[in-house]
Design a protein around this ligand. Structure first.
Ligand code: ASP
Length: 408
């Protein structure tokens, strides 16, 4: 029997209201199962979360964003202005390495940003991809929507458009994100010339020997030392962080959706995309119907995680379509995740390193987040539960996402 079949993976979910059944009997042969496991949602509508608008949901890095979005809607602001003001906080946050300023760069060390916006009430969208030098690409996406007859501008065209509309061209790398990129570059291969030379001559004097030993011990570069400013502890932490990021670049992105009390809906997705990507690579975030979709008559959905998977199944549009046919936001997200799993024959070995999350809300104020895997795991084996951010008039909080597979 294949390893994928014996792994006890299908979620017996922590909430009794969100139970799954492992439908595939372990006794069945791999051939009779196709190449993996099949799950069936049993919960029907009973697990549905619902709140009175104005409400906003986002990926887990969007706690401040959803709070801001609700605040804007409470003041009578438009749903699109609400979500854009929300995600601007994250785009401008140098500590979020997956979005806007401080986002991790492509393989050449250049930050290329993707963003899309969709305004339910006017049924319009705008987007930019592989855009350089703008900290808040979601604002450029909105200008594409409002001031052109196009939907998506990319690369140099997007840059020129942003410049024409007064967006400055700024450096998006922080010292930390540059350091992580350099560590990645240096550790990528021992056959290129990046990193300390393996050809070290015999030291000519004791001073030379000491110097070499010190260099090896320090294991850092000028940049790290500048950031740490003489604080040895900070220097060690910084190097450890940069190496972790280089080895296992975090996925990120923020998707933020909002529903106001008039029943209007908008959404935005903004990201620096996959770290160390090929220059020009475009993910799901700026593609309408993939990383974001809004139908003001039904609801909205968005995604984070490995964009290629979401593009293959037209993720956000699929989730909204499922909701249109009567599924709750949670069911719709899980059904879309199943399409991704099915592309790999539900083979959990193949799916192990794939990370995809959907977020959805409908016109009735029902909402959900759902992930392919219950937890993320870093290279030290530390697990973190997948969550999403939610806010209504009573405040903002993180909520555990539903999931398809339990990570043990
Ligand atoms: N979905 C984003 C992309 O593929 C990345 C992410 O969410 O981490 O570009």
């Amino acid at each position: 029997m294949r390893a994928a079949l014996v792994l006890p993976v299908i979620a017996e979910m922590d909430s009794s209201r969100r139970r799954f059944l492992e439908q595939a009997a372990f006794g069945l042969s791999a051939a009779s199962l196709g190449s993996g496991l099949v799950t069936e949602i049993l919960a029907g509508q009973e697990g549905t979360r619902r709140a009175a608008p104005p409400i906003s949901i986002a990926s887990a890095n969007g706690l401040a964003a959803v709070a801001k979005a609700v605040e804007v809607m409470k003041r009578g602001g438009d749903t699109l202005d609400a979500v854009i003001e929300g995600v601007n906080i994250v785009e401008l946050d140098p500590k979020d390495n997956s979005v806007g300023y401080g986002g991790l760069p492509n393989e050449r060390g250049e930050v290329e940003l993707d963003a899309s916006v969709m305004h339910g009430p006017t049924r319009r969208a705008g987007a930019v991809a592989a855009l350089r030098g703008v900290r808040t690409p979601s604002k450029v996406a909105r200008v594409v929507m409002e001031r052109t007859d196009h939907i998506l501008l990319v690369g140099q065209g997007a840059r020129d458009f942003a410049t024409a509309h007064g967006f400055e061209n700024v450096d998006l790398l922080t010292p930390e994100s540059r350091l992580a990129w350099i560590r990645w570059k240096e550790t990528l291969s021992d056959r290129d010339d990046w990193g300390p030379s393996p050809h070290t001559p015999a030291p000519a004097s004791p001073a030379g020997q000491r110097r070499l030993e010190e260099e090896r011990k320090r294991e850092s570069d000028i940049l790290a030392e500048q950031i740490a400013g003489g604080d040895e502890e900070r220097l060690r932490e910084l190097i450890a962080w940069a190496d972790e990021v280089a080895r296992r670049p975090p996925t990120g992105t923020i998707n933020c959706l909002a529903l106001d009390s008039a029943g209007d809906i908008s959404g935005v997705t903004t990201t620096s995309g996959l770290a160390w990507k090929l220059p020009g690579r475009v993910g799901d975030s700026p593609l309408i119907g993939c990383g974001l979709y809004v139908d003001n008559d039904v609801g909205a959905a968005g995604s984070t995680g490995r964009g290629e998977e979401v593009i293959y199944i037209n993720g956000a549009r699929t989730v909204v379509e499922y909701m249109k046919r009567g599924m709750s936001p949670e069911q719709a997200c899980l059904e879309a995740l199943k399409l991704i799993a099915a592309r790999y024959g539900n083979d959990l070995e193949k799916l192990r390193d794939i990370d995809v999350n959907f977020y959805a809300l409908n016109k009735r104020g029902e909402y959900a987040g759902a992930a392919l895997w219950s937890h993320t795991v870093n290279s030290r084996g530390q697990k973190r539960r997948r969550q999403f951010a939610f806010a209504d008039s009573s405040g903002a909080r993180l909520i555990d996402s539903a999931y398809l597979f339990e990570r043990r």
